[in-house]
Design a protein around this ligand. Structure first.
Ligand code: AHR
Length: 510
């Protein structure tokens, strides 16, 4: 066993609210995410509504997914929304140059996406095309979506069968503009984002939350330039000048890869060393959130501008025999551990992080659901989202570790064995604990300050091996179970967390 660790959870201190939107999702026109994953048209082997798979919808509703980002990703900067509305047979086709060079038939467009969001009860997060589109095209799209009078785009929407406008809050101004989104430098992009932000109007009381596309990983300079172009100066705390209000948030992307972009590593065939390398990459999220937040704090101490991590997750080599452009990968217990570590960091940075979106929801990268014809499986990552769903919109409480957390060295990075976070809401508290150690269990003693506990219930997600995964053939090898190794001793909560496991403890508060 690892030495036992003592921690204090400060339920008596105020904390920021964990936006439910950090449990957000991402669905791109990429591989089998939209087509075959969410949308199967009239294929007929699975119940659908308007071509949307209802088994997938039902599984995601159980996660209470708060938002869904669409249509990309890189795809968004080549997507022309006019091609995806009106009678399906009249819609032009296009080449999906980023993902497999396949022909996209545009049968899933704006109306289908908004219907999907309604079925999921999730807010849409739409990324406008900044790379190859125009500010006019983006402006017309939001007019089409949200305007109620007889404006030209509202009329077109009605002709296409939708009378009532939709509500759209989250509006992305392009994607990865330093790469597939147009190869901009930060200043050039920020100025274009200001233009697109201006012409993407608020119609009929629909208030947009405009999200400027941001940095890759630790490109802190990108974040800094975007803050400056909003009119902030260090120390002034208030924005002035023409950029004020052009966007409300700045995003960044961070993927966890154990290897290089050329050889990322297999999703299922890995040894302990590669496992720790993956965890070393995953735990960087703490440093990255702190780094981007520190820049933003220097310009905007009042935290008026949000930080958005609108792509995160593991990225491995595609499964053998699958299209390299489709990014289809299996999902093991290792992915669940990666997710647990990310969420703890999100909860700790709840004061600045307003949204995060895992890439991607179905059949692509670190997915929640993998489909195989009419069958589907829930991945270990799905279960972490479900077990953690009680953190959504709860108050984040700091967890102060009194002992040094043991760690293992992977290259130059230390991988802490234990990661934990806590929140409370409506008379309930939720504590999440990840034991990343490959072989050793750990005892944790939490002193609960300011909480009177009336009931304790634990759940655990683990499996005999790190490589365990769920598949249509093998079934559910990794799914949550009730967990008994948790008890109260006075005001102290004692938990024995087995190796490579993710545990949640729900407390009934008096
Ligand atoms: O999620 C897959 C791709 O990763 C997205 O399209 C792009 O934004 C990122 O590089």
């Amino acid at each position: 066993d690892l030495p036992s660790l003592r921690a204090v959870i400060n339920f008596d201190l105020p904390g920021p609210t964990i936006s439910r939107h950090v449990y957000g999702h991402f669905a791109e026109h990429l591989g089998r995410c939209i087509y075959d994953g969410f949308f199967i048209g009239d294929r007929g082997d699975v119940p659908t509504e308007g071509g949307i798979r209802l088994d997938v919808v039902e599984a995601l509703r159980a996660l209470r997914i708060p938002n869904l980002r669409w249509p990309g990703g890189c795809f968004a900067d080549e997507y022309h929304w006019h091609d995806g509305v009106g009678p399906t047979q009249n819609r032009p086709t296009m080449v999906n140059s980023n993902w497999g060079d396949v022909v996209e038939d545009n049968s899933f467009g704006t109306h289908e996406f908004m219907a999907l969001c309604e079925l999921l009860d999730a807010e849409p997060y739409i990324s406008a095309n900044v790379g190859s589109g125009t500010a006019r095209e983006a402006g017309e799209w939001i007019e089409y979506l949200t305007r109620s009078d007889d404006s030209p785009m509202a009329r077109l929407r009605r002709e296409n069968g939708r009378d009532e406008p939709w509500k759209v809050r989250f509006w992305g101004l392009g994607n990865e503009p330093w790469g597939c989104g147009g190869r901009f430098g930060p200043k050039a992009y920020a100025q274009v984002a200001r233009t697109f932000g201006t012409y993407s109007r608020d119609h009929n009381g629909n208030k947009l939350y405009r999200i400027a596309a941001g940095a890759s990983t630790d490109d802190y300079q990108w974040t800094e330039v975007l803050m400056q172009e909003l009119g902030f100066a260090i120390g002034s705390g208030e924005a002035t000048g023409p950029g004020v209000g052009a966007y409300d948030a700045i995003s960044f992307h961070y993927y966890t890869l154990p290897g290089t972009w050329a050889q990322k590593g297999s999703a299922t065939q890995f040894d302990t060393e590669e496992y720790y390398r993956t965890l070393a990459e995953a735990t960087r999220i703490e440093t990255l959130l702190a780094g981007h937040s520190a820049i933003m704090d220097a310009y905007d101490p009042g935290k008026t501008i949000g930080l958005v991590l609108d792509e995160w997750g593991t990225w491995f080599d595609v499964e053998p025999g699958t299209n390299p452009g489709f990014l289809y990968q299996q999902n093991t217990l290792r992915d669940a551990i990666v997710a647990g570590v990310h969420f703890d960091a999100f909860h700790r940075h709840a004061d600045r992080l307003t949204m995060a979106n895992i890439a991607q929801t179905v059949n692509v990268l670190q997915a929640m659901i993998l489909t195989d014809g009419a069958a589907m499986v829930l991945t270990p990552t799905y279960h972490v989202f479900e077990m953690n769903s009680g953190h959504q919109d709860a108050t984040s409480h700091s967890v102060d570790l009194l002992d040094e957390v043991p760690s293992v060295l992977s290259g130059e990075r230390a991988v802490p064995h234990i990661s934990t976070s806590a929140s409370s809401k409506d008379g309930q508290a939720l504590i999440s604990i990840t034991n990343a150690h490959a072989t050793d269990s750990a005892w944790l003693e939490f002193e609960l300050r300011g909480a009177k506990v009336a009931g304790v219930a634990g759940r655990i997600l683990t499996a005999p091996t790190l490589q365990a995964h769920n598949s249509v053939d093998v079934g559910d090898a990794v799914s949550p179970r009730p967990f008994e190794d948790v008890r109260m001793n006075g005001t102290t909560l004692l938990v024995r967390v087995p190796q490579h496991s993710f545990v949640t403890v729900q407390l009934e508060l008096d």
